[in-house]
Design a protein around this ligand. Structure first.
Ligand SMILES: CC(C)(COP(=O)(O)OP(=O)(O)OC[C@H]1O[C@@H](n2cnc3c(N)ncnc32)[C@H](O)[C@@H]1OP(=O)(O)O)[C@@H](O)C(=O)NCCC(=O)NCCS
Length: 257
């Protein structure tokens, strides 16, 4: 997605920056870890394929991604970083801890005959063990959800304008025809995440962030789907507060390709 190509999300707990070409070698190293491959249900890619994926995450209208980095140290917790702090070493490979992605899709039911809804599927990874259980995952998830909820109009406009959603579906989404709550503009129905049944820490993280399992049993692939339908800014701000994530702000970010 182009919308976030020049945006960084900063807080006292993490910095999220657009996934750029200089992040690819470190990302590629992470993905060689069999544990990470299993937890993220990913196949290892060649470095060339990884560069191609990075370009696709940047350009495709149904994908939005950030690299998760350590927070910028501002001196006082919650202070807004300056542009020079942001553009320094803030997202060098040594500062990177993971990534977070949104994949937008139309859900019109198993048979394809339900009113279309836009679902935002989230993927999250804090790659190295040394950085896990240090609050990066929760901070990144809440910051990402906050950004998406606040900017959902522009995000969904880019999604449906990207050419992959057919005209009739867009009309139904826009007018609310056949949907219960008709609304003028586009809105996200829910966030979704698919988590392997053995990945208890990820299940714990998402369930403590308002995500609810869609079924009692895992699907054919051994995964649970969880959904979060409370997309109010008030709830997310309360969760940020509870997690001690201070000074959340979206900042202009120029160093990107
Ligand atoms: C799952 C993952 C995203 C969590 O991120 P993290 O930065 O390690 O987690 P945080 O420190 O932010 O912890 C957030 C919550 O996750 C849960 N959690 C994290 N690590 C846990 C562990 N080892 N055991 C149990 N719960 C754990 C807890 O609920 C925790 O909240 P709490 O500290 O208030 O109890 C991260 O460990 C990871 O990326 N693992 C590998 C890839 C993966 O599993 N991705 C998810 C695929 S959907």
């Amino acid at each position: 997605m182009l919308l976030n190509a020049n945006i960084a999300l900063s807080s006292s707990k993490a910095l999220l920056v657009p996934y750029s070409s200089w992040h690819v070698p470190q990302y590629h190293e992470w993905m060689k870890d069999p544990d990470i491959q299993e937890a993220t249900a990913s196949e290892p890619l060649s470095i060339e394929e990884e560069y191609s994926m990075q370009r696709s995450w940047r350009q495709d209208a149904d994908k939005l991604t950030f690299i998760v980095c350590r927070a910028i140290s501002t001196g006082s917790e919650g202070d807004i970083p300056s542009q020079s702090q942001l553009l320094g070493e803030s997202d060098s490979p040594a500062s990177m801890v993971g990534d977070i992605n949104l994949f937008l899709r139309i859900d019109d039911g198993d048979e394809g005959n339900s009113p279309p809804q836009i679902v935002g599927e989230i993927e999250l990874m804090v790659a190295e063990k040394v950085n896990q259980r240090r609050g990066f995952g929760r901070a990144a998830l809440l910051m990402f959800m906050r950004y998406i909820i606040q900017n959902q109009g522009a995000i969904l406009d880019e999604f449906v304008g990207g050419g992959d959603v057919d005209v009739e579906t867009v009309r139904k989404l826009k007018t609310g025809v056949e949907t219960a709550g008709s609304s003028e503009g586009l809105s996200l129905e829910c966030f979704s995440v698919k988590i392997g049944q053995a990945n208890l820490r990820s299940l714990a993280l998402f369930e403590s962030t308002g995500f609810v399992r869609c079924s009692d049993e895992p699907n054919f692939f051994g995964e649970f789907e969880l959904r979060c339908t409370d997309l109010s800014l008030g709830s997310i701000d309360g969760a940020l507060d509870k997690a001690g994530v201070k000074g959340f702000i979206a900042l202009p970010y120029g160093r990107t390709e």
